[in-house]
Design a protein. Structure first.
Length: 374
């Protein structure tokens, strides 16, 4: 059964009240003075009202048929039988008010009633003013039905808008949660990959120096490892605690990354061109994480190779280029990655309207990041 077709119990009770009112009016009509055809048509109008009030409403066409019967029967007898006015007005009202019916049906019913009332008025020798009075009542009730329809349509639209707003808010919350998860994953990956990768190389170097008997140099490596671990711990605390970029000094952080890479045994030639003072925090963090990921990947895949790292701040955009020779041998950490670093880099830079290009350029592996200056 289509939703909204079956009337509710209070609605059926109201319809039955109308039927009872029609029966009460029939008692006051002088039915003996009208012909049998008029009585039959008035009876059909009453049956239409009865069926519309209590009949099965599972099929919309049955309800429409009942309204048409009321319009025809009531309209053709309203000038002779006063009680026929009730089904006539009910049909005019319901034809527009019931939103399951099209407004075309309401217009059709009103048109039928205009013609039928005219026929009834002519047959009963009513004056034109009486005919116009009946038409005025029909049109007024039809307008009330149309107003009721508009109210229901507006209420339904408002309900749908509220539901859509609720769904949009839910989708927005889910998207924000996914974006935050992605951000957490990028931050954790960048910090841990950089720190743990450096620690492995430092401890491997310390182990080799101990085997060679160079305890003093091994101790230096262990101390450097401790400093790297402490730095990584501070970064991790920032990620877990706030996950928001604090005001950072990009040149200092950039130099610290380069120093940590060198302390871990890596080689890097770094250069920073331009004024970074007015860069936005998000841009600074994205570039810093990009440089960090590039150095980490160089340690993994090209151990011992010198990394060219250049950060250029222009008037319209900022560019970071990291390049290193393709390794002839794989590093110990080359199999530890799952590609999350490059993916996170693309997501982070893409969120700022920038681009990331990574791949072989000649005999070197080059990563180029460009971000609009904000």
């Amino acid at each position: 059964m289509p939703p909204g077709i079956a009337p509710t119990a209070p609605n059926r009770l109201l319809r039955l009240t109308g039927l009872i009112a029609m029966v009460a009016l029939l008692r006051d009509d002088q039915l003996g003075q009208v012909g049998m055809p008029i009585l039959i048509l008035a009876g059909l109008a009453g049956l239409g009202l009865l069926f519309w009030a209590v009949g099965p409403m599972g099929r919309p066409w049955l309800s429409r048929l009942a309204l048409v019967v009321m319009a025809v029967g009531g309209g053709l007898t309203v000038a002779q039988v006063g009680a026929s006015m009730l089904p006539l007005l009910v049909a005019a009202f319901a034809g527009f008010a019931v939103v399951q019916h099209s407004t075309t049906l309401g217009a059709l019913i009103v048109g039928i009633e205009v013609i039928a009332v005219g026929v009834s008025s002519v047959a009963a020798h009513r004056t034109p003013s009486a005919y116009l009075g009946l038409l005025a009542g029909v049109l007024l009730v039809a307008l009330l039905g149309l107003s009721r329809r508009q109210f229901r349509v507006t209420a339904e639209q408002n309900r749908l808008l509220v539901e859509q707003s609720r769904e949009i808010r839910a989708e927005r919350d889910r998207a924000a949660a996914l974006a935050e998860r992605g951000r957490i994953a990028r931050e954790v990956h960048d910090v841990l990959a950089h720190t743990l990768g450096g620690l492995v190389l430092q401890l491997d170097a310390a182990d080799a120096l101990l085997e060679a008997g160079e305890t003093e140099r091994a101790a230096d490596k262990i101390r450097a490892s401790r400093e790297l671990a402490a730095s990584g711990l501070d970064d991790t605390r920032q990620v877990v605690g706030a996950l928001r970029a604090e005001s950072i000094d990009l040149p200092i952080e950039f130099d610290q990354l380069v120093t940590e890479h060198r302390d871990a045994g890596g080689r890097v030639h770094a250069r920073l061109d331009g004024d970074t003072q007015h860069l936005g925090e998000q841009v600074s963090v994205a570039l810093l994480r990009g440089a960090q990921e590039s150095l980490t990947n160089a340690r993994k895949h090209a151990p011992g190779a010198e990394v060219e790292l250049r950060l250029r701040v222009g008037a319209e955009q900022v560019e970071l280029v990291a390049s290193n020779p393709l390794a002839g041998r794989l590093g110990l950490l080359s199999a530890s990655g799952i590609g999350a670093g490059l993916l996170g880099m693309r997501e982070r830079i893409g969120a700022l309207g920038g681009t990331v290009q990574a791949g072989k350029v000649g005999d070197r592996w080059t990563v180029r990041m460009t971000v609009p200056r904000r």
